[in-house]
Ligand binder design. Structure first.
Ligand SMILES: [Zn+2]
Length: 272
């Protein structure tokens, strides 16, 4: 699922996969980020074996369908919602009107168009090779679910974190307490394999890392992320859970719930 490998046009990989990839780099799972609004991300989670894709937080129906036709993948069976906020779930009803029978997964009935409520530990598949597992991470909203996705045969994994974990930061605690965000970040998400790629709900990295550098000025990993964010407008789908443990001040070694709460308060008032 590394960007450099998977940006080869899908059509080429389907015609002559062996010409473009070594055995270890063969594709089965692929993720395409589709920016919308000013800083939101929608995603296509593509099972290359069947050419089927689940859509994640498809707020903008026109943009997500255009992305699916550009990638030449079939959508319309599965829609995954990270949480009920309008800028994530607000396209669900229009999507379901256009794709009758689509299964709409989410953590609560508050997610527009929900047909399949998921709870912590629930599992389902996308296409042939992708297994999805729900990790409840209540705090930003009580229905926030992080969706861990894995292609075991190809040893690839990622996690869609919605507004719980951002690159170098975390979401606001609209419906939860510091203890809940601490658990979400430093227990639940930290328990995923370190090589799990993070796909977050917003491009907030530049601001997050400015705050990170203010809190941890001597942290080399934070400086490295700061440089990256200054040079690149897209930072999702690149960093891993292992990277977050190094450059995300909300996930620093031995952090307490109280400190997570203090940092969030400071971040809310931080003007860089
Ligand atoms: Zn939100």
């Amino acid at each position: 699922m590394q960007r450099a490998v998977f940006r080869v046009p899908a059509i080429l990989s389907r015609i002559h996969p062996s010409r473009f990839f070594t055995a270890t780099a063969a594709i089965n799972m692929r993720v395409v980020e589709v920016p919308c609004r000013s800083d939101n991300y929608m995603y296509l989670l593509i099972d290359e074996a069947t050419n089927k894709a689940a859509v994640i937080d498809p707020f903008d129906f026109k943009k997500i369908t255009a992305a699916a036709s550009k990638e030449k993948v079939d959508i319309g069976e599965q829609l995954i919602t990270t949480h009920h906020h309008q800028d994530h779930a607000g396209g669900n009803v229009e999507f379901a009107k256009n794709y009758k029978g689509v299964e709409v997964y989410g953590g609560s009935e508050e997610c527009a168009g929900l047909t399949k409520k998921v709870k912590h530990g629930d599992e389902f598949s996308v296409g042939q090779d992708i297994k999805v597992k729900a990790y409840a991470t209540p705090c930003h909203t009580q229905d926030s679910i992080c969706f861990f996705v894995e292609d075991k045969a190809k040893n690839q994994r990622g996690v869609f974190t919605g507004d719980t974990l951002f690159i170098g930061g975390c979401g606001r605690f609209f419906e939860g307490k510091p203890e809940e965000m601490h658990t979400a970040l430093n227990k639940t998400l930290a328990s995923l394999p370190d090589d799990t790629i993070v796909y977050c709900g917003h491009e907030y990295t530049k601001d997050n890392v400015k705050f990170g550098a203010h809190i941890a000025p001597d942290n080399a990993a934070v400086q490295k992320l700061k440089d990256f964010a200054e040079k690149n407008s897209v930072t999702t789908g690149i960093f891993t859970i292992g990277d977050e443990k190094k450059h995300n001040v909300f996930m620093s070694q031995g952090i307490t719930a109280e400190r997570v709460g203090e940092l969030r308060e400071q971040k809310n008032n931080f003007r860089g």
